[in-house]
Write a protein that binds this ligand. Structure first.
Ligand code: MSP
Length: 528
């Protein structure tokens, strides 16, 4: 059975609308998925929304509508965003769906039957306003709970607990045996340190009297499951996991072909949610070590060094940006101006600056002048006079290196590096055009100059064709534009099958190929 490359994002809380940080994560996953499709692999890309929980119940109450209705409205915004961003996902997770609920309940029942879930009483300080138990972490410098918690009272509450800490040694061993369990590596170290400090079990329920917008525990109808058993399970419930089949090997092939996944998450939900709870949950339901997902923890987009947050009001709206600049411009900025794993500061000025410098003046210009010159000097017809490339050595080596990196799986996780290298090649070609001045060659009466001009035009067009393939994961619309203007594979116009790494071999444009008319691919954004 051919293996499918399975990639997931976090699922997004439907208590509020998406911001540009969420857009980043979605695009990152989409770009990685597209890299794998370029390689001819079967890809299954899952993203979606996390619809239950306290935050949603509170937001719905504030809006004065039932949670189900509230969730439908906000979910639509996330669907709209994924369309605006040109995401090509294969399935969309919604945690209120019946299919998901069945898997969550099936897993809970199994763990309960096996004695991994038990009921216990919790006593402590409780904030009535925030509807949560408080720990010493919530105390201020004076040792008291601050006014933000409102009325704080001592309470006792019964809940269900999952025996998390009994799997601690297993998790330490797993992390020690696999050095790429978490990418980047410094995050794996951070996780390991956190696992060493792990004590206690995980509370997995809330009494319905306090929270009813959730999935009911199959063994106690007075409770719903709280957050993680609901949210994390989406990764397997939407991939076809069957909780009634207790061993991993008995799972249907539709599931085992896909699993394990590469999971794209932000740094905030690595510890403890994915790195501890999720890996332990999978282990507890019988997933072998070699079937653990790989976690790619990315950094955050901040604003002026501060965390974007709705309550602070410093949110950047991705809808405004795509309407103003287009999806490709936003995708490019989000992929190129941050190193995967690190944080970055969002700046609209910087988006415009990079668009103008890298896309309009460099890549767009190369396409425009290549096509213009081909029409002006050769009636749009390319001639392939020799197999020898006339391009400078660093461009040729650059292409070879880049292709090899594209073939390596790891390259996909660093779109910033890959786009920079692709665009560097465009700038080498632009420099080459300046130096060799085709406008002078066209006037020359020497045969070798004219031949050089033929080769130069062919090489630039061919380089652009390959660049179109290489940038297509990040800039799908522009890549189609390059192919259309080159008049290449028009029979597949608009279809992603147009782009394949196998076609990124030198010399596929045939001798005599006629290119299309140039249309500005990235019109400059004027700022004044
Ligand atoms: N619903 C939970 C995750 C459940 S996963 C089974 C959640 N939702 S969230 O909407 O708050 O965040 C979803 C993802 O968006 C997280 O991976 C988070 O790191 C990411 N981001 C939120 N703000 C971000 C930035 N400012 N920058 C980059 N990513 C950001 O957590």
């Amino acid at each position: 059975m051919p293996k499918t490359f399975f990639i997931t994002t976090a699922i997004y809380y439907t208590n509020s609308s998406p911001h540009v940080g969420h857009a980043y994560e979605m695009v990152l996953a989409d770009v990685i998925a597209r890299y794998h499709r370029l390689k001819g692999e079967n890809v299954f890309f899952l993203t979606g929304v996390d619809q239950h929980g306290q935050k949603v119940q509170q937001s719905a109450a504030k809006a004065g509508i039932p949670p189900a209705e509230f969730v439908t409205g906000i979910t639509q915004k996330w669907v709209d965003l994924s369309k605006k961003l040109n995401l090509q996902y294969d399935d969309w997770a919604e945690t209120t769906s019946g299919r998901h609920k069945k898997v969550v309940q099936g897993i809970l029942q199994r763990l309960f039957d096996e004695g991994q879930i038990y009921k216990d009483k919790q006593a402590g300080y409780y904030s009535v306003r925030q509807e949560q138990f408080l720990t010493d972490k919530e105390r201020g410098a004076d040792g008291e709970f601050g006014p933000e918690w409102g009325q704080v009272e001592f309470r006792e509450e019964e809940n269900y607990y999952f025996k998390l800490s009994q799997h601690k040694d297993w998790l330490l061993r797993y992390l020690d045996n696999r050095n790429d369990a978490v990418v980047p590596n410094f995050r794996q170290k951070e996780l390991r340190n956190a696992v060493e400090r792990l004590t206690g079990d995980l509370c997995i329920s809330r009494p319905k009297s306090r929270l009813d917008w959730g999935i009911e525990l199959p063994f106690d109808k007075d409770f719903v499951t709280y957050v993680w058993f609901d949210a994390l399970t989406n990764y397997i419930s939407f991939a076809g996991y069957d909780p009634a089949l207790s061993t991993f090997n008995s799972q249907p092939s539709t599931f085992s072909e896909k699993w394990p996944a590469l999971q794209i998450i932000g740094k905030d939900i690595l510890v403890p949610a994915h790195g501890i709870y999720w890996l332990i949950m999978l282990h507890a339901i019988g997933f072998p070590d070699d079937q653990m997902p790989q976690l790619l923890a990315h950094g955050w987009w901040n604003l002026g060094g501060a965390k974007m947050s709705k309550s602070v009001g410093n949110i950047v709206d991705p809808f405004v940006l795509t309407d103003k600049y287009g999806a490709d411009a936003l995708r490019y900025y989000l992929m190129s101006d941050i190193a995967t794993g690190k944080d970055a500061d969002f700046s609209e000025e910087r988006l415009v600056e990079r668009y103008n410098a890298d896309l309009a003046n460099n890549l767009g210009n190369l396409l425009n002048r290549t096509l213009n010159m081909t029409h002006r000097y050769r009636d749009g017809r390319l001639q392939r006079l020799s197999e020898d490339l006339k391009l400078p050595d660093d461009a040729i080596d650059g292409y070879k290196q880049l292709l090899n990196e594209y073939k390596a799986t790891k390259a996909a996780a660093r779109p910033d590096v890959m786009t920079e290298r692709s665009l560097y090649l465009a700038s080498v070609l632009n420099g080459f055009i300046e130096v060799r001045s085709p406008w002078k060659l066209a006037k020359s009466s020497r045969a070798e100059d004219r031949e050089f001009l033929e080769d130069l035009l062919y090489d630039c067009a061919e380089a652009l064709r390959i660049l179109g393939i290489l940038i297509s994961p990040v800039l799908p619309k522009a890549a189609h534009g390059i192919f259309d203007q080159l008049n290449w594979k028009m029979e597949l116009s608009g279809k992603e099958e147009r782009f394949s790494l196998a076609d990124a071999e030198w010399g596929k444009l045939p001798d005599g190929h006629v290119v299309g008319k140039p249309v500005p691919l990235f019109p400059r954004i004027e700022t004044t």
